[in-house]
Write a protein that binds this ligand. Structure first.
Ligand code: FES
Length: 78
């Protein structure tokens, strides 16, 4: 889970969502106004900050990776 606080995104769980759309793999971008991830393709799938699919042609959530902060460095297990 990712939470936003005054423009800073904070990781609140050991999982971090992939930034590739579950539909056809186009990069998703963070929408600061709607606080979600939106695919840049014409289909425009949308995802919550946890990676759950909320709109668009994608039928699956974003893939999640294990993540941890280690001395201020974000480590993501691929
Ligand atoms: S690749 Fe994202 S909606 Fe199709």
């Amino acid at each position: 889970m990712i939470k936003e606080n005054k423009g800073t995104r904070m990781i609140m769980s050991p999982l971090f969502p992939s930034l590739l759309c579950a539909h056809r793999g186009v990069e998703v971008e963070y929408d600061h106004e709607k606080h979600n991830f939106t695919c840049a393709s014409l289909g425009s799938s949308k995802y919550t900050l946890d990676g759950d699919n909320i709109d668009g042609p994608a039928e699956k959530p974003l893939k999640n990776y294990e993540a941890a902060l280690n001395d201020g460095i974000l480590m993501i297990k691929l």
